[in-house]
Write a protein that binds this ligand. Structure first.
Ligand code: ADP
Ligand code: CA
Length: 416
């Protein structure tokens, strides 16, 4: 039996969800964002439609409702952070499974997430919503430096910077405002009640981890805790992910506990989620954000499957189409990693050096080139997309670190 799935705003350069659809007996209708080039011949895609879900959500909902009336969908999902509220609302309108639209909106609003986590009794950094036109100094009174300034509805660390003093905060607020009005405002139209804004909060100085999980009304199951390094700023370009993180059982248990509490508080009771957190010096987890979607637009499927043997995307598609999660038995198998080729500069992207060498290395699982030559790339903390991901598999954490050192010397982007 074939399930028909609407997949919203998927980056077509990442193969995982298209391949998983075949395993889960799904045929995909790909809802592409305007201007995104979709290559022909993507596996398990029966049709592609361009819908402006941010600029014209009403029109996009109407198209989906019309198609659903003639050829019903069994599920509608997204792996793209910004499309969460639209997809949750579409699921509600079509009578399909998904998280509630309110939970999806909280996940797109870092200020509301802070409030939710505080209400749940979790440790949160001191935080303030900043009014950029009012006096900044008086608004951050009581917060302890260093701070982090960020967009309320950002993604991919865009516009996130560390601020060590008031002058830094003021400059960072100005920068967030520019990014909000030029880029993030387009996600924030009134119809899905998302907002832009500026958040200032205390910098948590400790190692960072990601948690990949899947939820149902019965609760949240953690599939992987990934080591994300310990970026110190001033900008936070994402670089390395290693699964599983080398953690003692007590710390893992505290992380899993905090993640479960936060999911219950926000109301994430369905599908994949991606949580980011840091540890305080005493080991207390401080959740930085939760995305009610799979991490890395599906890239974490590789990490979870390689490290634990669990078919993460297969499970998520099964749950979306059939209503129940298959039984999942994660077991430690390998160490898996995602290494993001750094931007280091700005200019017009030309390509990669060292790509063939990296592809030939036995630890390399996949090199995914995501940026088109000719793309103008600004300096961090502006962001237009990742150049490339290197996915790999190793017998030990140490092997993985050595491989990443080798990558540093082997692969880089070139400018036109
Ligand atoms: P985005 O949604 O754009 O990814 P995040 O809130 O996740 O924004 O911030 C991006 C990165 O910035 C985080 O992964 C982390 O490394 C760093 N960061 C953000 N907030 C803090 C904080 N309060 N303390 C320490 N690091 C932070
Ligand atoms: Ca993040």
């Amino acid at each position: 039996m074939t399930h028909r799935v609407a997949l919203v705003a998927q980056n077509p350069g990442l193969p995982f969800v298209f391949e998983a659809a075949g395993r889960a007996g799904c045929l995909i209708t790909l809802v592409a964002l305007p201007g995104v080039t979709v290559p022909a011949g993507l596996p398990n895609v029966e049709s592609v439609v361009e819908l402006d879900i941010f600029g014209d959500p009403g029109g996009a909902h109407a198209w989906l409702e019309g198609r659903h009336a003639s050829q019903p969908f069994d599920a509608i999902i997204t792996l793209y952070e910004a499309a969460g509220p639209f997809t949750a609302e579409a699921a509600r309108r079509l009578g399909l499974r998904g998280i509630g639209p309110e939970a999806a909106r909280i996940c797109r609003d870092k200020y509301r997430q802070r409030d939710a986590m505080r209400q749940a009794g979790l440790d949160v950094p001191g935080y303030r919503l900043i009014d950029p036109v009012a006096d900044i100094g008086s608004q951050i009174t009581g917060l302890r430096f260093p701070l982090v300034v960020k967009p309320v509805n950002g993604l991919s660390s865009q516009g996130v910077s560390r601020a060590d003093n008031l002058a830094d905060v003021t400059a960072a607020v100005d920068l967030v405002q520019i990014i909000n009005s030029s880029q993030l405002a387009s996600y924030a139209d009134a119809s899905h009640a998302e907002r832009t804004g500026v958040l200032a909060e205390e910098f948590i100085d400790g190692p960072e981890y990601c948690v990949e999980a899947v939820s149902s009304p019965q609760g949240t199951t953690v599939l992987a805790i990934t080591d994300k390094g310990n970026l110190q700023g001033p900008y936070f370009e994402e670089r390395t992910f290693i699964t599983p993180a080398p953690l003692d059982p007590g710390t893992s248990a505290r992380i899993i506990d905090a993640v479960r509490v936060a999911h219950r508080q926000i109301g994430i009771d369905f599908g994949a989620s991606h949580t980011e957190l840091r540890l305080r010096a005493d080991g207390t987890p401080v959740l930085l954000e939760i995305g009610a979607r799979m991490g890395g637009s599906g890239t974490v499927h590789y990490l979870v499957e390689t490290a634990s043997g669990v078919d993460f995307l297969g499970a998520v598609l099964h749950q979306a189409t059939c209503g129940v999660l298959p039984t999942l038995h994660p077991t430690q198998q390998r160490f898996a990693a995602d290494w993001i080729v750094p931007v280091t500069g700005h200019g017009v992207y030309a390509g990669l050096v060292g790509a063939e060498e990296v592809r030939r290395h036995p630890a390399t699982g996949m090199l995914l080139e995501l940026m088109r030559p000719g793309t103008p790339v600004p300096a961090w903390p502006r962001f237009v997309g990742y150049p490339a991901f290197v996915l790999s598999s190793h017998a030990s954490y140490r092997d993985c670190q050595d491989y990443h050192t080798w990558l540093e010397d082997t692969i880089a982007i070139t400018w036109a």
